[in-house]
Ligand binder design. Structure first.
Ligand code: AHM
Ligand code: MG
Length: 339
């Protein structure tokens, strides 16, 4: 490793100098990096520390809550509590928006899924953290829930951390999308994926095919089309699905393709959450040249009306998301290959 390596902090300083990225945002990203280092360590050692398995059930969402879900949420809240910059946090693990700080400095709202894909934890499979920062828009001394009920287009920064074969933090402050790999021996996130561009098309798709019978005929036709190894109008697609949104979207961000979680009969808005899963990932992927859609609407255009709101998601390469929207609309293959 070269000592010229760009640490996350050095990168944040450069972004501040070059693009006037607010210093407050740099401090928040430093804290996110710190929380990610703690989580990376605890996730990798969880089996030895008795931190695997269930803690209970989240009262609001009804989702199974793992011990690591609860721990991750506590780490995140602690990491941002003393900064004085975060007014409130909306988290997958909290029933309501949690007020963190009041006053003039507390200008930021954090929407976060502290441990995405937590059903993977007990087998040592990949998991992630997804985060997005908004600026407060209410004007009273303290924030309220209204500050978190936003559309993704208002995000000022967003990103994710993947805890996989390596721990990778990817974020964008509205300019480039950059990825940092954790070197645990020096305890630093080092720039490993500068200026990520999502390929315009790709040949991987990610979806949980066990819901095939639950999907609309349009989505079933799309899946048949993608999996048709003898099609004359497209190259074969491969399917990859990890059960962790962050891991699947990260692959597609780097290599191109399509992730989708459509509505099912039981879940007419799909499973994934708008504020702390879909919108932050949509922000990152769009900044990298990709697209994110419900199938009929751009994800970043949806204004949340509750913090745990769900929305369908199709995200990835621009061509494949357009293909998905076409199938949702028409239910048949396009007449010609998308340019
Ligand atoms: P979680 O935030 O409770 O872990 O749920 C979100 C996860 C995503 O990471 C993943 O893509 C999806 O749920 C998997 O759901 P399913 O098992 O229905 O395919
Ligand atoms: Mg999640």
């Amino acid at each position: 490793m070269s000592i010229q390596a760009t640490t996350l902090n050095r990168h944040l300083w450069q972004q501040h100098k070059l693009f006037n990225q607010p210093i407050g945002l740099s401090i928040l990203m430093t804290q996110m990096g710190f929380a990610a280092k703690i989580l990376s360590r605890e996730i990798s050692l969880a089996a030895l520390a008795g931190k695997l398995g269930l803690a209970g059930e989240n009262n609001t969402t009804g989702d199974a809550q793992k011990k690591l879900d609860v721990f991750s949420n506590d780490v995140v809240i602690d990491a941002f509590s003393d900064t004085g910059l975060v007014a409130a946090i909306a988290s997958e693990e909290l029933d309501q928006v949690q007020l963190i700080a009041c006053g003039g400095d507390a200008q930021y709202i954090l929407c976060i899924d502290p441990l995405d894909g937590s059903s993977n934890t007990d087998t040592g499979s990949p998991v992630g953290t997804i985060f997005g920062f908004y600026r407060r828009h209410t004007t009273s001394y303290c924030s309220d829930e209204e500050d978190a009920l936003r559309q993704g287009a208002d995000l000022i920064a967003a990103g994710y951390v993947l805890y996989g074969a390596s721990t990778v933090l990817v974020y964008s402050g509205g300019g480039t999308v950059d990825g940092f790999t954790l070197d645990p021996s020096v305890g630093e996130f080092l720039l490993s994926h500068p200026n990520i561009q999502c390929p315009r098309d790709g040949k991987i798709y990610s979806a949980n095919l066990s819901y095939y019978q639950e999907w609309s005929p349009q989505i079933q036709t799309l899946v048949d089309y993608l999996g048709d190894q003898h099609a004359t109008d497209h190259d074969p697609y491969s399917m990859r699905y990890s059960g962790a949104l962050v891991a699947d979207v990260h692959r597609i961000l780097l290599e191109g393709g399509l992730y989708f979680y459509p509505p099912t009969r039981k879940r007419p808005n799909g499973k994934l959450r708008l504020l702390y899963e879909n919108a932050p990932l949509a922000f990152v992927v769009e900044q990298a040249g990709g697209r994110a859609s419900t199938g009929t609407q751009r994800i970043l255009d949806i204004k949340a009306n509750s913090i745990h709101q769900r929305s369908p998601l199709a995200i990835g390469s621009a061509s494949e998301v357009t293909l998905y929207e076409h199938f949702v609309r028409e239910g048949t293959p396009m007449q010609r290959k998308i340019a």
